[in-house]
Design a binder for this molecule. Structure first.
Ligand code: BGC
Length: 243
């Protein structure tokens, strides 16, 4: 089935048409910059203008969102605006665009895509997926089954949440070198390992395309692998979830 995968993020909103049998893109990836104070109104207008109208899309939509999403409804939106809390994304797509949509957390979407496509992930055991971008997204799969809405980016570290300490936004804001950022992220990994004891950690998000720059400085006891679908994982996983 062809599904439009949309990944709403703190710095950009991205989309592509995905073949859900293969997980491959059937269109170019399109993107618009996340506006200041990204309210639902601004984002839905952006989605309509940049994706739906341009692609003349009439099929199913999968939508990844950077917050807790239960039965298509948003329960948290740390890096968006509070106006998102309580929004049912599926209902909005149906009312505004007459489209069928399935919404889920962005890190869950990224994880679904990795479990589906990444051959180096073991089928059994605990797999932890961490996406590093504006926030820190986390998802856990036990024997291939998702435990949804794990919010380990909000674990407390040094009196604030972990994503304020070790996300890509933190690296940029504090102008950290790769070595400095990797040291911080390794502390976060140690914390995750203490809590979850995963067999494998899959490292994804925008910054995963630079994995070679810092992988030798990431310290953790379990195997850590680069997300195969890098920054496209959210789009692919969102599409896969909407079949
Ligand atoms: C949100 C998560 C999201 C992550 C990555 C965090 O701030 O709470 O739900 O997965 O950012 O976007």
């Amino acid at each position: 089935m062809d599904v439009l995968g949309i990944d709403i993020g703190g710095s950009g909103v991205k989309a592509a048409i995905v073949d859900t049998k293969s997980g491959q893109f059937l269109s170019d990836k399109i993107r618009f910059k996340t506006p200041e104070s990204p309210s639902p109104k601004k984002i839905f207008t952006g989605i309509e203008d940049n994706f739906l109208s341009k692609l003349k899309w009439k099929g199913n939509v999968g939508c990844a969102f950077p917050g807790v999403v239960i039965k298509n409804k948003v329960y948290s939106a740390a890096n968006m605006t509070k106006k998102w809390v309580g929004i049912n994304i599926k209902k909005k797509f149906s009312q505004k665009f007459k489209l069928n949509c399935k919404a889920l957390n962005d890190a869950d979407a990224a994880g679904i895509s990795e479990i589906f496509l990444n051959k180096s992930i073991p089928k059994k055991g605990t797999v932890m997926v961490i996406t590093v971008g504006t926030g820190l997204g986390t998802s856990i799969f036990v024997d291939g089954k998702l435990v949804p809405n794990i919010e380990f980016g909000h674990l407390k570290m040094y009196g604030d949440c972990a994503e304020k300490y070790a996300s890509n936004l933190a690296r940029k804001k504090l102008d950290l070198s790769w070595d400095e950022w990797a040291a911080r992220f390794s502390e976060y990994l140690a914390y995750i390992e203490l809590l979850v004891s995963p067999n494998v950690i899959v490292f994804g998000g925008g910054i995963s395309k630079y994995f070679d720059e810092y992988k030798s400085n990431l310290k953790c006891d379990c195997k850590i692998i680069q997300a195969q679908n890098k920054n496209n994982a959210g789009i692919i996983g969102a599409a896969l979830s909407a079949v």
